[in-house]
Design a protein around this ligand. Structure first.
Ligand code: C2O
Ligand code: CU
Ligand code: CU
Length: 458
């Protein structure tokens, strides 16, 4: 197995106790070093000027365990300010990695110890939250898995980090964003990858049960996925096991994942060695395979019915008898000064607003958009007044979509609600985690040009 394949295969995940990144003696934190990197993304040129957690490899899959403490010292050797955010994790606010709101950004040579115990199992991810546009575009988006205490019984577990890179013909970066894109659906990448590979093929046991963890870490793209001919079911969405079953995706009704969203799907591999299953994305220009799985070895003869349901995560139940409703309107900016967030970068203009105000930077802004009383149930009315999609993400707490003005929506816990154009979604939430929690669109060009703020839980 060559190094590239080793690093990309699921066995190479960095977990507590696993080697791979830095040396970790017993009882010492995992050391994660944000650093410059180079990598052959296209198959014909090494892309220079990337950012990762090692000099020549994609950000590793971090494997944590539900209810077990995780301690990581994040060291910044990259020549820019940064922080690390753990997307979807319901953890103490000091560990949330939002510049100015929860920590001071790390300059070159600085470090920060992130120390938390994940309450929920499932599929999450990590990315910087300072100079977010540049550092995510340059590569720093990785998958974080929180394993269930009891093995759910799959024969393989395959994380899929789906994202694009904006590269020119020579394989080098071109502008990460454009004013035209930022004011519309965002600026799309030119090279489509999964796990930093173009058209990857992953081996999986024939007739075996595979847990595929699809993670949309792109700054812009909304994925519309289906798996023709595959036998499977969706088992979790945005980290959490389903409350409402989701239909198996098809060409007509694909699985939609906006930036920041995840889905765990269980697949039974074909019994015949060499047979492939493809995850296809319906994107402008046609259907494109995101990843293919190839059946290998003798038929394991497993059955989807062998799988026990995933245990639910310990989420607080909203009390819908007397909720307070708070409305947020996402739309165009009325025009204002360019966003400026201290050391954390500006795109130089604003286009977007929350409640008709353009907010600054990576999240901190001026003051909280709303103050919630700890322990109370709220309905957040998320109103999209624009003809563009917005994946609206809240840090620190999960919420439950209740209803949409446009469609039937499944009531599955999430941290990121994809609002389609002109859509309003009511979501319920128990404000159980004290602190200031970033609340923003996950199309990073929207976030960085006004569509960001925070909620305070006191
Ligand atoms: Cu995935 Cu505020 O972030
Ligand atoms: Cu987040
Ligand atoms: Cu948006």
């Amino acid at each position: 197995m060559n190094r590239r394949h080793f690093l990309l295969s699921t066995g190479a995940a960095v977990g507590l106790g696993a080697a791979g990144l830095g040396q970790r003696a017993l009882g010492q934190p995992l050391r994660l070093t944000i650093q410059g990197a180079r990598y052959d993304l296209t198959g014909n040129a090494v892309t220079e000027g990337m950012v990762s957690l090692s000099a020549d490899a994609p950000p590793p899959v971090l494997r944590l365990r539900q209810g077990e403490r995780f301690v990581a010292e994040v060291i910044n050797t990259f020549d820019d300010y940064t922080t690390m955010h753990w997307h979807g994790m319901r953890i103490p606010v000091q560990m949330d990695g939002v510049p100015y709101l929860t920590q001071v950004p790390m300059g070159q040579g600085d470090s920060y110890v992130y120390d938390f115990t994940p309450p929920d199992a499932g599929t999450y991810w990590y990315h910087p939250h300072c100079n977010t546009m540049a550092q995510m575009a340059l590569g720093l988006t990785g998958i974080l898995i929180v394993e269930e205490p009891d093995d759910p019984g799959f024969d393989a577990d395959i994380p899929v980090n789906m994202r694009d890179f904006r590269l020119g013909e020579d394989g080098q970066f071109i502008a990460f964003y454009t004013p035209r894109g930022a004011a519309r659906d965002g600026t799309f990448g030119t090279v489509h990858t999964a796990n930093w590979q173009r058209d990857p093929v992953e081996d999986a046991p024939a007739g075996g049960l595979v847990r595929l963890r699809l993670v949309a870490t792109d700054t812009t793209r909304v994925y519309r996925l289906h798996l023709p001919g595959a036998e499977g079911r969706i088992i979790a969405f945005d980290g959490h096991p389903l409350n409402t079953p989701l239909p198996w995706p098809s060409a007509e009704a694909p699985l939609i994942l906006g930036p920041g969203q995840r889905a765990d799907i269980a697949i039974r591999m074909p019994a015949t060695e060499g047979t492939e299953i493809a995850v296809l994305n319906d994107q402008p220009g046609g259907l494109r395979p995101v990843i293919r799985l190839r059946a290998t070895g003798r038929d394991l003869g497993r059955d989807l019915a062998d799988l026990r349901p995933l245990p639910p995560n310990p989420l607080p139940t909203p009390d819908l008898s007397d909720p307070e409703v708070i409305e947020f309107v996402f739309g165009w900016a009325p025009g204002g000064p360019p966003s400026n967030d201290g050391y954390c970068g500006s795109l130089g203009y604003t286009f977007w607003s929350i409640n008709r105000v353009s907010w600054q930077g990576d999240a901190s802004g001026a003051g909280p958009l709303a103050t919630l009383e700890r322990g109370r149930t709220y309905i957040l009315r998320l109103r999209n007044e624009s003809p563009n999609d917005h994946p609206i993400h809240l840090h620190g707490m999960s919420f439950l979509p209740l209803a949409s003005n446009l469609r039937d929506i499944p009531q599955n816990w999430t941290d990121t609600a994809l609002l389609l154009k002109y859509e309003t979604i009511d979501v319920a939430l128990v404000a159980d985690n004290p602190g200031d929690w970033a609340f923003h669109c996950h199309v990073i060009e929207h976030q960085k040009t006004g569509l960001t703020g925070y909620l305070r839980v006191t």
